[in-house]
Design a protein around this ligand. Structure first.
Ligand SMILES: Cc1cc2nc3c(=O)[nH]c(=O)nc-3n(C[C@H](O)[C@H](O)[C@H](O)COP(=O)(O)OP(=O)(O)OC[C@H]3O[C@@H](n4cnc5c(N)ncnc54)[C@H](O)[C@@H]3O)c2cc1C
Length: 460
């Protein structure tokens, strides 16, 4: 939406109506706004830059001049902000942009509506079934020529068994309490303490009270940080971090990495454009500080629990230690990234459409249009946001530059507002260029809801 507006493409995209559906009532922050006591892994400027464009002058003038929140973010422009502030800024800007757009264009926002199914009609177009979150019984359907699916990522505790299999470890005992990192990161300190209070207060002295975290990147280290800092004084003795590959740290230069005794594979770890080490995949800021401290001493400064890093694949001894830690933990946490939230995509008979999945997301073309398992593009559908199909392809590697070793997805908000926002917008424009100006499609809505003059909608 931001990209379409600032590049002057919004009128074209909304020419047949543009419908935004979200199960939340306040839009813009998403999960980012729910993380508690977490600092970002990008600087404040990456968020502020999302509001910078000549075409945003009028929309965000008041926000920029009078919002204390904006002022706070500017103060940390060169450092990592609190994610609570970053989320609040995105929410504020989104609501202001939506107010501006709905007053001027054929843009409708349906809040508090959860999408149940997105039905791909092979004759072209989609039907979207959704319900009011306060009344799940009444399902409404709307049709649309194109759909941008931006439903966030998914982590399931059921994936823990699979993660263990991937590391050639037996799955944890079925009675072991399991969590995903997002669930714990969204708890306040009293809620987190309450969650583990029973286990931690038990007077069993033979074994250390340990929580095991699976994963070796940002989510995992952020959850380790919160567990250590907030549960150390409550009786947590140890945290085991089971990871697959080397823990990667970000450095501005190879020399800086060497000065920190960090080994660099210059061919694979260094960005060819900026010469930074682990530019895309390295831990930064708070996650960097704690990972480095754990590597050096096994502790986070100021926190009581001992923290053990176990690269499970590195040796038989490491695997056996990982198994032992899992067996003797009070809980296990999945902190190994996100999958795409695309399960609601069905065909005209309501059978799930299976999409091709790659590491951490769907496989899609350069516009974010996903491929199904038979290798066909789901025409008119675009995946966007966490779990979507954007990997650093040749163009991005050439222009922006990433270390060769980076095989993951790019999930920074900046990238969604810039490179990827542009790509999806171009894909939608191209798809719309084949749609007749006035198309006579049926939109079935709740009788109390009116979509103004919308003969068919592009849905975000
Ligand atoms: C610990 C941590 C720190 C991070 N730090 C940074 C950082 O510093 N900088 C940065 O750029 N990125 C950071 N990220 C990444 C960033 O948070 C994500 O990439 C980004 O928030 C993803 O946004 P999204 O819109 O794809 O997903 P979400 O924020 O999950 O939004 C999905 C939206 O879809 C809606 N939705 C879902 N299902 C339905 C449905 N069925 N019907 C209707 N609506 C639905 C939800 O209500 C929500 O509004 C961090 C991530 C983590 C885990």
């Amino acid at each position: 939406m931001f990209h379409a507006f600032k590049t002057g493409n919004l009128p074209e995209i909304a020419r047949n109506g543009l419908l935004i559906i979200d199960k939340r009532t306040e839009l813009g922050a998403g999960r980012l706004g729910e993380y508690v006591n977490v600092t970002g892994n990008t600087v404040g400027n990456t968020f502020l830059a999302c509001l910078e464009h000549a075409n945003f002058e009028e929309v965000f003038a008041d926000l920029r001049e009078n919002s204390p929140l904006h002022k706070r973010m500017v103060e940390v422009a060169d450092g990592p902000p609190s994610l609570t502030d970053a989320g609040a800024l995105l929410a504020l800007a989104t609501e202001q942009l939506l107010a501006y757009l709905t007053a001027r264009y054929d843009v409708t926002v349906l809040r508090g509506r959860e999408i149940d199914k997105i039905r791909y009609l092979d004759s072209g177009g989609f039907e979207i079934d959704y319900h009011d979150v306060s009344d799940p019984t009444e399902v409404c359907t709307v049709s649309s020529d194109t759909v941008v699916m931006n439903l966030g990522g998914q982590q399931h505790v059921s994936e823990i068994d699979e993660l263990c299999r991937g590391l050639r470890l037996p799955p944890p005992d079925e009675n072991l309490r399991s969590y995903v990192s997002d669930d714990l990161l969204s708890l306040t300190t009293p809620q987190l303490i309450d969650e583990f209070a029973r286990d931690l207060s038990q007077r069993e002295t033979r074994r250390p009270k340990r929580i095991t975290v699976i994963g070796g990147s940002h989510s995992a280290f952020t959850v380790v940080d919160r567990l250590a800092m907030e549960l150390g004084s409550e009786g947590l003795d140890e945290i085991a971090v089971i990871h697959r590959s080397q823990v990667r740290l970000f450095f501005e230069t190879v020399d800086e990495a060497h000065a920190n005794s960090y080994e660099v594979d210059e061919e694979n770890d260094v960005c060819p454009v900026t010469k930074r080490v682990n530019r895309a995949g390295g831990l930064r800021y708070r996650a960097f500080d704690i990972a480095r401290s754990i590597m050096a001493s096994g502790y986070i400064p100021g926190a009581k629990p001992r923290i053990e890093l176990i690269e499970a694949d590195s040796s038989d001894a490491a695997r056996s230690r990982a198994r032992e830690c899992l067996e003797e933990s009070i809980a296990v946490v999945h902190g190994a990234g996100y999958g795409p939230n695309m399960s609601i995509l069905v065909d005209r008979w309501d059978l799930p459409i299976s999409l091709q999945l790659g590491q951490g997301g769907v496989v899609s073309d350069r516009y974010g249009c996903p491929f199904d398992v038979n290798g066909n593009l789901v025409q008119g559908l675009f995946s966007f946001g966490l779990g979507s199909g954007f990997r650093p392809d040749e163009q991005i590697r050439r222009e922006t530059g990433f270390e060769a070793a980076f095989r993951g997805r790019i999930y920074g908000v900046w990238a969604f507002h810039h490179d990827f926002g542009g790509r999806v917008m171009n894909g939608v424009l191209e798809a719309l260029s084949t749609v007749p100006f006035e198309r006579d499609t049926d939109i079935v809505l709740d009788e109390n809801e009116v979509i103004p003059d919308t003969s068919s909608a592009s849905s975000l």
